[in-house]
Design a protein around this ligand. Structure first.
Ligand code: FES
Length: 357
């Protein structure tokens, strides 16, 4: 048991802040008799504690494996009834439970280790100036080194190895969850994840319908200065069959109309239809949906971090953190006079992650 003694004076205070033994059998804090722990006096108890801690680290690894198994094996549409909570997704319950227990076990093992096996030391130290004298800094470094030795990180090999094992497998759930970045539909059969992420539902001839009502849009529905949020007609079917919200997020567009003479540049020749331009609705910064359009300047403003895109100038960024222009969708009309896409977007929509390629 050690005590940091009160300093005497100001300028050379650190000279007195040295560790010295406390009164045998008494705490330096409040003269309460110090009771040694079972693990301090009984080597068998210490070994038992060591095994307990190591078991918890091992168990946490097991629960991480169970997390991965649950992720793969449980159908995301399966629902279970839980009292108080009602019907909830079985996959969410299993993932939350296994991941939570894995964290809990690591935390509990760390607490048990420090409570039962690390040195049972009580210290007193007076407050002093924020800037420590050089000698105090050196003493702190020495104390740190001593604490490192006393923690037993080098001595308890089993604990050290199982802790390292538990921490190495612990990030696996984060990597596994990355798979949810793409949700393949039947139409995506055989496509690579990169293809699924970089293509949308828009194809040549896809009818443009109003978001929400699914009403097909004709050029005369959109006055100069107006804006319509729109999606591809096929989205209705995809949503009903698979509830694929990712498809909606990727395909959402805005239609704006301006006088053709005001269009200074586009991402492709003739991609507008009589002054009607279609742009992705998903901000290229971190993916917020945008529909704040200032018709006089033709600026599209993202409400999240104020990135601003000039829709009269090929959707280029004029302000804010977005690093890429807003992707434009080439449009025309079909034989019935409804607005249609002429192809998919020429560049991936959404956050600028794509720039890394
Ligand atoms: S998401 Fe649009 S500016 Fe950040």
């Amino acid at each position: 048991m050690t005590e940091i003694s009160p300093r005497e004076g100001h300028s050379d205070a650190s000279a007195h802040e040295v560790a010295r033994p406390a009164k045998p059998g008494y705490s330096p804090v409040a003269d309460v008799p110090h009771r040694p722990r079972a693990t301090d006096v009984d080597p068998k108890a210490a070994r038992r504690a060591e095994r307990q801690v190591a078991s918890m680290f091992l168990l946490s690894m097991l629960f991480v494996v169970l997390f991965v198994v649950a992720y793969v094996a449980i159908d995301k549409t399966t629902v279970v009834y839980i009292p108080v909570m009602g019907d909830v997704g079985a996959s969410n319950v299993a993932l939350g439970f296994t991941f939570g227990v894995a964290i809990l076990l690591i935390g509990t093992a760390a607490i048990q280790w420090s409570k039962k096996l690390m040195p049972d030391v009580e210290v007193v130290q007076e407050r002093h100036d924020q800037l420590s004298p050089r000698r105090a800094t050196a003493e702190a470094a020495a104390n740190y080194e001593r604490g490192k030795d006393e923690s037993g990180f080098a001595r308890f090999k089993l604990i050290r190895r199982t802790l390292i094992g538990a921490l190495v497998v612990f990030p696996i759930p984060m990597v596994v969850l990355l798979r949810d970045l793409w949700v393949p539909t039947e139409a995506d059969e055989g496509k690579s994840p990169a293809d699924i992420l970089s293509t949308t539902l828009w194809t040549e001839g896809s009818r443009i319908v109003s978001d929400g009502t699914y009403a097909p849009v004709k050029p005369e529905d959109l006055p100069v200065g107006g804006l319509i949020s729109a999606v591809p007609e096929d989205l209705r079917e995809v949503e009903e069959v698979t509830e694929n919200l990712n498809a909606r997020g990727k395909a959402a567009i805005i239609l704006v109309r301006m006088d053709p003479s005001e269009i200074r540049a586009q991402q492709g020749d003739g991609w507008d239809y009589q002054g009607i331009l279609a742009y992705s609705k998903i901000c290229t910064h971190v993916g917020c949906p945008i529909a704040l359009y200032e018709q006089r300047t033709h600026h599209l403003l993202c409400p999240c971090h104020q990135s601003t895109f000039d829709l009269a100038d090929a959707g280029n960024v004029v302000f804010g953190p977005a690093a890429r222009r807003m992707p434009q969708l080439p449009i025309g009309v079909d034989e019935e006079g409804y607005l249609v896409a002429l192809s998919d977007f020429a560049e991936p929509i959404g956050p600028s992650f794509w720039e890394r390629g």
